[in-house]
Ligand binder design. Structure first.
Ligand code: NAD
Length: 230
């Protein structure tokens, strides 16, 4: 039977592509307080600031390129059934060639309605910017297709279903401090092989007894590939 590998990636996955994590800079993300740009309350109070923040992030992501770890994961598809569940809003996994990518927290290259029925349709954003004049067919202003702090995570159930079928589960570059996403580790079958790749892995709580690879994503994925023996 082919290995069923789940890659569960977080912000550290894209750090070597030049996109900053926020946990490494005291809760700031690119010098912004996340409460002022990544919550529904922030959108209510100042949608222009929130849009500006995500327009900047989108520009940076478009100008970034996947790193060797993104490519190595895409390469694994030749030998195993690989499914990526990412907390990242960037599209670097797809641009490296991964075909099966679930964005738990949305995808910054898309917009959605700020009215009711937000999950009904996602609209690809042409270029870098979403403006106040961009609206959905019902006339509501478009907001980034991103799950903000305090919002429900619509893909959770599907993610749980996927994880329950895993034979191998690999966490890469996540502090495992963002919930409910971090709860997903608990759904991994007990007989699956499990790893955490993170330069701070050795400092993490490890209740599910993952094998810890205390390295950055690019170096760590090479270590993993040797251990996987695909
Ligand atoms: P986090 O910022 O909470 O934690 C990042 C983790 O990455 C840390 O454990 C850190 O030790 C590790 N790390 C740092 N450099 C690394 C490297 N080179 N290789 C591997 N690991 C490295 O990130 P999180 O757990 O993903 O939670 C943050 C939330 O913020 C996510 O939900 C995500 O949506 C959002 N976010 C996304 C991006 C992005 O899309 N690229 C960037 C920042 C934040």
């Amino acid at each position: 039977m082919k290995h069923q590998i789940i890659i569960f990636s977080g912000a550290g996955m894209s750090a070597e592509s030049g996109i900053k994590t926020f946990r490494d800079s005291n809760g700031l993300w690119e010098n912004y307080d996340i409460n002022e740009v990544a919550t529904p309350e922030a959108w209510e109070a100042n949608p222009d600031l929130v849009s500006k923040f995500y327009n900047q992030r989108r520009k940076q992501i478009i100008e970034s390129t996947p790193n060797e770890a993104h490519y190595a994961i895409a390469e694994m598809q030749k030998l195993a059934d690989v499914r990526v569940i990412t907390q990242n809003i960037d599209d670097l996994h797809e641009r490296a060639g991964s075909e099966n990518v679930m964005h738990l927290h949305g995808n910054i290259r898309y917009a959605k309605s700020s009215g009711p029925n937000q999950e009904k349709e996602y609209y690809p954003i042409q270029g870098e910017c979403l403006t106040k004049n961009d609206t959905c067919p019902e006339g509501f202003r478009l907001r980034p297709h991103v799950v903000w702090f305090g919002e429900a995570v619509p893909m959770m159930e599907k993610a749980v279903e996927m994880i329950m079928e895993a034979t191998h589960f690999v966490v890469i570059g996540s502090s495992l401090q963002v919930y409910p996403a971090a709860n997903l580790l608990g759904y991994c079958p007990t007989n699956a092989k499990k790893w955490i790749i993170d330069p701070k892995a050795n400092d993490m709580e490890n209740p599910y007894e993952f094998t810890l690879i205390n390295q950055k994503a690019v170096e760590g994925i090479n270590t993993l590939v040797k251990q996987l023996k695909l």
